[in-house]
Design a protein around this ligand. Sequence first.
Ligand code: G16
Length: 547
Amino acid sequence: MTSLPVDAIKALADQHPKPPNVVFQYGTAGFRTLGHALDPVMFRVGILAALRSKRLDGKTIGVMVTASHNPEPDNGVKLVDPRGEMLEAAWEAHATNLANAPTTDALIVALEALVQNLRIDLSKPARVVYARDTRPSGPALIASLEDGFKAMGAEARNAGVTTTPVLHYLVKAINTKGTKDSYGDDSEEGYLQKLSTAFKKLVAGKPAIPPLVIDCANGVGAILAEKLAKHLGDTIPLILQNTAIDTLGALNNACGADYVKTSQKLPPSLSSVLKPGQRACSLDGDADRLIYYYLDDRGQFHMLDGDKIAALVAAFIVDLTKSAGLDDQIQVGIVQTAYANGGSTKYLSERLPVKCVPTGVKHLHHAAEHYDIGVYFEANGHGTVLFSPDTLEKLSTYQPSTPAQSTALNHLINLTNVINQTVGDALSDMLLVEVVLAHRSYTGVEWDSLYVDLPNRLVKVVVADRNLFKTEDAERRLVSPPGLQAKLDELVRRYEGGRAFVRPSGTEDVVRVYAEAAVRAQADELAFRVAGLVYDEVGGDPAKRPS
Ligand code: G16
């Protein structure tokens, strides 16, 4: 192919027309909206993925169809770049542009401009791998995506129904296959083998691990968790809950990581299952977020969120680098967002370099790449640990001088395999947490006591136009609507230990408000007062005014 296959594109594009008066936007995690609205977007994303692959010399690009933690009627799509990381930011604008071309002719014009401006060599091959979660709207959307691949003559590999992190893993495994950087066998089985083998080595010789309850959010994580449980055997007994992937309306409904994090309580379905002191965790709808929790002896709920995971894991890795004699050569750093609890930021920044970036895995991932070992977690449980290429090289060539150094070095090497370094991965993170708990002999109680969380509250505000909200300083301050930040500052000053910020969501049509304060009632009051200020400033549906 030396020019765009215009006829093929036209013929198929006419089957996926864009409705007028709808504006699509490639946001925090790709396109996300009601599933039935996404048909034209899928077709165009299929074309774009093929062009991205051609631009990158035929490297395989990933496409994941999911709306993750969002309600079941939503769906979405995001592109994954060759190393398994999120799509390069500049291409997000191209995706938005193509998705909004009003007619087939306008789409062709936009595609021709893209090919010319980016000097895409159309004679290169186009290779893609794609997957979807369990949402009912998935199969139809996949068919539309496949039309996009077909129009471009792309070599497309269907990875079926699997988790977002598996898709990211596959992309990296395919692109590194047969090279010295091979990431593992390019199959779901290869992924499960890699994680479970490393986990078994890491906990070998440790006391038996007590059973762990997993809330699978009634999503695709249930399928993978079941396969993982088989690979792990007796090493760690997994008790799978909320596995109803075929029950309409069950996905993320009163369960899953987002439910637990936002409502700060146990999924009701677990109340008769979880025993005091027992560890449990929740995945989200595509298994890229993880939140732990336990009930204390009085039955009180304690949440161990992404911040607590970061603290647990970072301290463990630092100790291993010290024990291996590598602490002067390997620097561990942390990346958080404005949602990180003030308690965690204080705890971590007293020990390690900490950077704050805007919401979205892509921002955290890139910032973490600047450290030798970068630990990044969003408070919502989305995160992973990155080992830089230099660090991986050091670990593979370092000569330990004592048996203790050698053991620590082996642990570090095994950690690089149990951790999915392409993206946040609930199941991989779960194994990582279990490794640390086993090595530290911690229950949830000791882990929880690393630092005390400041009471906090997250509130959604439905406004007429969330695009009116613009932020700066890693989303910690508003620059628009003008004057609103000054009002927030004035309000926050009245609360002891008060902190609050407002930002537009990139995945839902809402504005998010986060507030924390020294005591619970004050954090709640601050959040709702800020939400009220936001609402009054820009207006919206009176029935939806926060109260
Ligand atoms: C996605 C992103 C996360 C982000 C979350 C919420 O998560 O990957 O980085 O924290 O959306 O984003 P926002 O507040 O902009 O709506 P997921 O799990 O839904 O893919």
